[in-house]
Design a protein around this ligand. Structure first.
Ligand code: 5GP
Ligand code: MN
Length: 336
């Protein structure tokens, strides 16, 4: 592994750069990717953001979103760019399995790989690394990369600031999670000084639902929410037929799990969704309860202690039962 600071010299010359992030990118994934993109293009590099899959419409306003390539929609072009790159930035993930088939192309490319990430237990596929589980968002690390490592705070333009603000806002639960330190608020204050439009960004990301999405939320809370008081746990389970009935699109289920966690006394919340290809599980917890341990042990996934996810090839009903059957095993921790 090379010190990340050495990239300063590398980036002094024009490079062919690919930026990628995890599949089904969220606000931090896209805010980090386009934040870094808008920084790097000012330095004369050839930069391409490639996402493994599509992502929610409420992120499409991000500056230079129009330049993003979606791997599944432009296979050949994306593969060529990855193979020809000098540098590949891997943002907001630390295992190539998180970028699906694209991971094989990234692994095979002769490009130097740069991991900038805040998830636990990184795999070893990178040449340069800026990694901290203490960071509330990868966008926070991109800020530190530009300001502290590359020492170019003057390149934090309004476009970069808007992107990084979005990443920090979404991954910190609008500045409410426990890793939202004084330093994070200082970074955010700097971003606002640099032109980040905080009020506008909150509206664009959070007050931008379709009527359908809101009715789906109401439906899920009325019909699909189960509360297991004896385990301080709440679960929302959504079969595929509901997704079809409400015409649910990428991003429409984002944040749903947090409603289950917002019930008074709830320590563990689950959202289980029957997707066409597999059953997806999202867990959220409070305090020391290790949501990531459940995802890793039982659902081929992982994540942070309080926000984790996984997936299963079992049937929807089986996954729901599997989750319910885990609750007695974790009872002591759940009742702490
Ligand atoms: P979400 O529930 O929003 O899909 O994901 C929450 C967090 O869990 C993500 O930030 C990511 O860290 C983690 N996560 C979600 N799905 C997976 C998965 O399939 N594998 C791994 N390793 N982590 C996941
Ligand atoms: Mn993140």
């Amino acid at each position: 592994m090379l010190p990340i600071k050495q990239l300063k010299e590398v980036l002094a010359q024009p490079q062919k750069i690919v930026i990628t992030t995890h599949h089904k990118p969220d606000g931090d994934a896209m805010g980090s990717s386009l934040g870094l993109y808008n920084y790097l293009i000012q330095k004369g590099h050839h930069v391409q953001v490639i996402t493994p899959t599509d992502y929610p419409i409420f992120l499409h306003w991000l500056p230079n979103n129009g330049e993003v390539i979606i791997y599944t929609e432009q296979l050949e072009n994306a593969q060529k760019l990855i193979a020809a790159a000098d540098l590949i930035f891997c943002l907001d993930f630390n295992s190539l399995s998180r970028i699906n088939e694209m991971g094989e192309w990234v692994a095979q490319s002769n490009a130097k790989k740069v991991m900038i990430d805040h998830h636990l237990e990184p795999d070893d596929f990178d040449d340069y690394r800026l990694w901290s589980v203490k960071a509330c968002a990868t966008a926070q690390l991109i800020y530190e990369f530009i300001v502290n490592e590359m020492e170019e705070p003057e390149l934090l333009t309004k476009e970069v600031a808007n992107c990084l603000y979005t990443g920090i806002m979404t991954d910190s639960g609008s500045f409410k999670f426990s890793n939202t330190t004084a330093e994070v608020h200082q970074i955010v204050a700097n971003l606002i000084q640099k032109g980040a439009e905080n009020h506008r960004i909150h509206q664009l990301v959070y007050d931008n639902s379709s009527e359908n999405r809101l009715r789906f939320l109401g439906y899920c809370l009325s019909n699909r929410l189960e509360v297991f008081k004896e385990f301080n746990t709440a679960m929302i389970s959504v079969p595929q037929s509901d997704l079809e009935k409400f015409n649910i699109e990428t991003g429409d289920t984002e944040g749903l799990v947090n409603y289950a966690l917002s019930i008074n006394g709830i320590r563990l919340a689950a959202l289980i969704i029957e997707r066409p290809d597999r059953v997806k599980l999202s867990l959220r917890s409070t305090g020391d309860f290790p949501a990531n341990e459940i995802c890793k042990k039982y659902f081929n996934g992982g994540g942070h202690r309080n926000a984790a996810g996984g997936a299963s090839d079992e049937s929807f009903d089986e996954v729901v039962n599997q989750f319910k059957n885990l609750l007695p095993i974790y009872k002591t921790l759940l009742l702490q």
